[in-house]
Design a protein around this ligand. Structure first.
Ligand code: FAD
Ligand code: SF4
Length: 349
């Protein structure tokens, strides 16, 4: 680690370490992860690029204010456990956030290094650490306080809340409508961007902290708030049921066969394994020509899934003419073509 007068000197010459991606033509045919993540050598090289700024704007850009230069410093020292502990002070989900957070609009979007060259690959460094959970110290648990909390929904909001409460001595039960935990992380975001094993590892970690999970439990049907509070002995309820309903376009034909809303399409494939029909019971259309309306993460996940299901032509149609649709980097487009008034684009698979 280069130093002058005892102070670390960043590597100002090296370009940003490129993502460790599978070549597009190879990855487009199956659901294996597109990005293999940084190796130790890549992480160390990237950590040298951080300038350890006095006023680190990256921290302001992070919604939970992770102490980014501090954990990067620990990476440089090769003390990966301490680096992970620093992240855990503010976020329990680094393996997930490192993969799917829109860093380019948050921490990396504010990184001072990015003003003159490419920002530090903060997300990749976070993921590198998050993928080694065994290095972290055991979380400090406060003694049980005798209070019971029901968390409804096991998406990122529910599991984050459950983890925080459990560490603070609460007795937490998560009620989840589906047969498995993770919410959109498992039924929306495809395996090639966020492997289910990563989400399962986080859920298993919560179980080790004492959080109980009740799956196949549609709250409202199974019990309402009054029953939870007055009959089942809960002191509080945290509702984390997400925003799963699609927004209808009200255009002719949207109810025709083979027109899907993205959540249904993605749930069929991601959760119900429609890509393996008839080995699994859920079917879906394996179309050769697919058009997806939208320009965010959901649209990108849908169009990339269609490609993997065998579409010869998979197109994004986007209503705005901004330079780039609103998907995060892990869903980005490879090229665009103009088609007024909306834009269409083919997507990097
Ligand atoms: C396809 C897709 C891709 C995305 N990609 C990204 C991305 O790359 N980056 C990013 O930052 N964000 C992304 N998002 C958005 C992100 O996933 C959501 O903001 C996030 O999942 C919201 O978390 P949540 O916990 O509030 O809700 P959810 O993840 O929706 O979880 C809600 C949970 O509540 C359960 N539930 C609902 N009703 C009940 C009930 N009555 N009883 C019991 N359980 C119930 C549901 O089954 C679900 O498991 C994406 C969203 C989608 C759909
Ligand atoms: S702004 Fe960028 S260079 Fe500065 S501390 Fe944060 S990650 Fe490092």
């Amino acid at each position: 680690m280069p130093q002058v007068n005892g102070r670390f000197v960043p590597d100002m010459k090296s370009p940003r370490t490129p993502d460790n991606e599978e070549p597009a033509e190879e990855r487009a045919h199956d659901f294996r992860p597109v990005d293999k993540g940084f190796t130790k050598e890549m992480a160390l090289a990237e950590a040298e690029r951080c300038m350890d700024c006095k006023k680190p704007l990256c921290v302001e850009g992070c919604p939970v204010n992770i102490k980014i230069p501090k954990f990067i410093e620990k990476i440089r020292e090769q003390d990966f456990g301490a680096a992970l502990d620093i992240i855990h002070e503010d976020s329990m989900l680094p393996a997930i956030c490192g993969r799917v957070c829109p860093q380019e609009n948050q921490c990396e979007g504010r990184c001072i290094r990015g003003k003159k060259s490419e920002p530090v690959a903060i997300g990749q460094l976070e993921r590198f650490l998050g993928d080694q959970p065994e290095l972290a110290s055991k979380p400090q648990m406060k003694p049980a306080n005798g209070k019971k909390v029901a968390v409804i929904g096991s998406g990122p909001s529910g599991i984050t809340c459950a983890g925080e409460l459990a560490r603070n001595g609460f007795d937490v039960t998560v009620f989840e409508a589906f047969f498995t935990g993770g919410g959109v992380l498992v039924y929306g975001i495809p395996e090639f961007r966020l492997p289910k094993a990563v989400v399962k590892r986080e859920i298993d970690g919560l179980k080790e902290l004492g959080v109980k999970f009740e799956f196949n439990s549609v709250m409202g049907n199974l019990a309402n708030a009054d029953e939870l509070l007055n009959e089942k002995g809960f002191d509080a309820i945290y509702v984390a049921t997400g925003a799963g309903l699609p927004k209808f376009l009200n255009i002719p034909g949207e109810n025709l066969p083979n027109v899907y809303f993205a959540n249904e399409y993605l749930t069929r494939v991601n959760l119900m394994k429609a890509n393996k029909f008839p080995e699994y019971d859920t079917p879906t259309k394996h179309a050769k020509q697919v058009v997806v309306f939208g320009g965010g993460n959901v649209a990108m996940d849908a169009v990339r899934t269609a490609k993997r299901l065998g579409a010869e032509r998979a197109i994004i149609a986007y209503r705005f003419t901004t330079p780039r649709p609103r998907a995060s980097r892990s869903c980005r487009l490879s090229r665009r073509s103009s088609s007024s008034p909306a834009r269409t684009a083919t997507c990097a698979p």
